[in-house]
Design a protein around this ligand. Structure first.
Ligand code: DHB
Length: 368
């Protein structure tokens, strides 16, 4: 009898350029998922097609079009940055192809197509926790510094609104370009304003540069604390950031140091398969994205189909390496714990050590 056609996942990632670590982490995690769970699901052989969009949204769009029209993929996935996800959303809608967003984290992405399901996080989701923590910990004035695009604008807005609601003062809001940012003039301005703390969001891969210049300009010695979303103390780079990172408090949904059995197993297997590379939050978004696709395909009994697959993705509840999560059936966005963490040295390595948790946080950016 006829062999069932392969089930194709078109995974579009930035494998080169400024966001290359995102691609490297997610591809490695997707391959780890398949190595651990097999490449046959409900009688269908799963085929992963990886494409490099160099994080240019026009390229992401063209690749998505080719994957849908020529390769006839069953699912699109990846999306290293917000502009890439937004560029592909209309293709997902028109072709009724599920688009599993594993990295990009602007709140509004899931509203751009009913075929989008997200397994990463949103900046509003993680920023609010820090704005509650800061004023209770001696931080009364803050300057915000964010990358000037979707996730940065979300982080700035949700951090500032909540911090001001809590009685804090925002001394200034600074935005740096996404491409090739020079942080020096902005940090000089922060030094002059001398707030209690600087709040930062930059995307994965850019945190080390911020940390380095923060140290070189003697900001910490001038009495200015650094607080940030966990994108800045990215586990992909953290261990090479040096002692300037020690004590930095961040909020985020994943730390490689998350103390659960599931995470220990994940980190160990990931490092073993990838020359000891430490998985970051991007890897977890990719790993969980594969889980969501596999489970949805099982629910359709191997039949697939865009609408049936999205229906099978909605409402999934499972334990991720990050902790317990679920895919909200209304918003198709991920609901998860948000952790407060502090950078500490353990056995000679730097880790984001979790010290508090807000459970089951929905994206506060959703209007509906
Ligand atoms: C986005 C990209 C990142 O690397 C990150 O850490 C957060 C958000 C984005 O473009 O949406």
């Amino acid at each position: 009898f006829a062999q069932a056609a392969p089930f194709k996942i078109g995974l579009i990632l930035p494998m080169t350029g400024q966001q290359a670590t995102t691609g490297r982490q997610i591809e490695a995690a997707a391959r780890l998922w398949m190595a651990q769970n097999g490449d046959t699901v409900a009688g269908r052989k799963v085929e992963l097609i990886v494409k490099d969009d160099t994080s240019l949204p026009d390229v992401t769009r063209r690749l998505a079009q080719e994957l849908v029209v020529n390769d006839k993929v069953d699912v699109l996935a990846g999306m290293g940055i917000t502009p890439s996800a937004m560029a592909v959303a209309p293709i997902a809608t028109q072709s009724k192809t599920p688009l599993v967003v594993m990295a990009a984290a602007t709140s509004s992405i899931t509203e751009a197509s009913p075929f989008i399901v997200r397994t990463s996080f949103t900046l509003p989701q993680v920023s609010v926790a820090l704005a509650d923590w800061a004023p209770k910990n001696g931080i009364k004035s803050v300057v915000t510094l964010v990358s000037d695009y979707g996730p940065g604008i979300d982080a700035e807005k949700y951090f500032a609104e909540r911090f001001q609601f809590n009685g804090g003062k925002i001394a200034d809001k600074l935005r740096v370009p996404l491409r090739n940012p020079d942080f020096a003039p902005f940090l000089q301005k922060v030094r002059d304003l001398k707030p209690d703390a600087l709040f930062v969001f930059v995307p994965s891969g850019a945190g080390a540069a911020v940390m380095k210049q923060f140290g070189e300009r003697g900001m910490d010695k001038a009495g200015i604390k650094l607080i940030a979303t966990g994108d800045v103390t990215d586990d992909d780079q953290l261990n090479d950031m040096g002692d300037v990172a020690l004590g930095v408090v961040t909020s985020h949904h994943y730390s490689a140091a998350h103390p659960s059995a599931a995470n220990k197993k994940f980190v160990e297997a990931f490092q073993k398969a990838n020359k000891n590379l430490r998985p970051n939050f991007m890897a977890v978004g990719g790993y969980d994205g594969m889980r969501v696709i596999y489970e949805a395909l099982k629910k359709t009994g191997g039949k697939g189909g865009g609408e049936a697959l999205v229906a099978g993705m909605k409402g999934q509840v499972f334990e991720s390496p990050r902790g317990p999560v679920f895919i909200d059936a209304q918003t198709r966005d991920i609901v998860q714990n948000v952790y407060l963490r502090k950078v500490e040295k353990k056995d000679g390595q730097l880790w984001n050590v979790e010290f508090d948790v807000l459970k089951d946080v929905k994206d506060p950016g959703k209007t509906k």
